[in-house]
Design a protein around this ligand. Structure first.
Ligand SMILES: *Cc1c(COP(=O)(O)O)cnc(C)c1O
Length: 353
């Protein structure tokens, strides 16, 4: 079979998506499916839609354009703030975008008017994680200007935590978001339809809060695909954590020392490596490397040890597995690995169920 490959279990993804849609839906929160880690892969996206997800969010406009071209019918949300150089395509291809810059909003408005379209906007509020979003005391000023812009519709507010600063979504910041929403509505006499409270990191807040306040939307990627929350990276009960597996093939298996011999200078990555002495071991080279995935993001599913990697090879200690040339090795993967493996054109994507 072709390798390296990422095996994709659609049944498990469907189960995870449906379970999360039901869980959050039980308290009035809609799930937007985040497709960036799977690069808008058609069959996976179709699985999300069939599992009750209506909005698809992606940070890359190219993925949104591909999904549309592949006939996926959904409400498309651009997650990363639009670039000034792409606002026209944003208006043409995304129904809604997350925003924080008035300069961008003016440009979106101009193209929306030209194209005769209404572009929906969710304004992002900075609540401590220090990635995108307006500081709360800057919000009113921007909203006042935004409400003057034709061709745009302010759908609501959003926030994003646990990405840059590792800030945990909790009662405090979620209540703050609700309070800001209420005050904006009162001040501008408008109704905010969407309050998008965050991502897969919002799981514990949701499970423990007594009042979700105004939050009625979460943008979920990792918990759907990998079945875990993202504060402690613990499995969410009832979800599959192995919907994706990496399979790579052994291209050399030789008994060799575990320590390099000769004088040590720099390796391919430009650093002076150090290794543990395990005596003579059976070393296998796998036909996949750093161009596709980082070894720190892989967990072997057999009793082998990952030793090292370069651009096109991963080296493992085969241990007692008796791995032979041409045989395959399986790995569980984390979110970083999912991102890079789905992005790598050298890794084939195989639907297994
Ligand atoms: C990637 C992303 C998400 C999804 O995050 P997960 O941790 O995968 O659930 C949500 N919102 C924004 C703005 C994102 O960029």
């Amino acid at each position: 079979m072709i390798s390296p490959r990422i095996e994709i279990n659609l049944r498990k993804i469907a189960h995870n998506a449906r379970t999360l849609v039901d869980l959050y839906g039980s308290n009035g929160i809609k799930v937007s499916g985040v497709t960036k880690a799977i690069c808008g892969h058609s069959e996976i996206v179709a699985t999300l839609i069939n599992s009750g997800i209506k909005t698809l969010g992606d940070s890359r406009l190219g993925n949104i354009i591909n999904m549309r071209e592949n006939g996926i019918e959904a409400h498309f949300l651009l997650l990363r703030g639009p670039m000034l150089s792409q606002v026209e395509q944003v208006v043409q291809n995304a129904d809604c975008s997350l925003n924080s810059e008035i300069v961008i909003l003016r440009a979106l408005s101009k193209f929306a008017l030209e194209l005769g379209l209404i572009h929906q906007v969710i304004l992002m509020v900075e609540l401590g994680d220090l990635r995108e979003g307006l500081m709360p005391d800057e919000l009113d000023k921007t909203i006042a200007k935004l409400l003057e812009l034709k061709g745009l519709r302010l759908m609501g507010l959003g926030t994003n935590l646990a990405c840059m600063g590792g800030i945990i979504p909790d009662e405090n910041n979620m209540n703050q978001l609700s309070a800001i929403a209420n005050s904006v509505e009162k001040k501008f006499r408008i109704k905010l339809e969407v309050i998008s409270g965050g991502n897969s990191a919002n799981y514990h807040w949701f499970m423990h809060t007594t009042d979700i306040g105004r939050v009625n939307d979460l943008r979920l990627g990792e918990s759907i695909f990998l079945g875990c929350e993202t504060i402690h990276r613990k499995p969410i009960p009832g979800l599959f954590t192995d919907a994706f597996q990496l399979v790579a093939e052994a291209i050399e298996v030789q008994s060799k020392p575990s320590l390099p011999f000769g004088i040590i200078g720099q390796n391919a990555a430009g650093c002076k490596p150090s290794f543990k002495d395990r005596g003579t071991i059976k070393r296998a080279l796998l036909g996949i490397g750093q161009q596709d995935v980082m070894i720190s993001d892989l967990t072997p599913l057999s009793k082998i040890d990952i030793l090292s990697s370069s651009s096109d090879h991963i080296v493992v200690d085969t241990g007692k597995t008796n791995l032979k040339v041409g045989q395959e090795v399986r790995f569980n993967i984390n979110y970083n690995a999912l991102l890079s493996l789905m992005t790598s054109s050298y890794v084939s994507k195989l639907i297994v169920e």
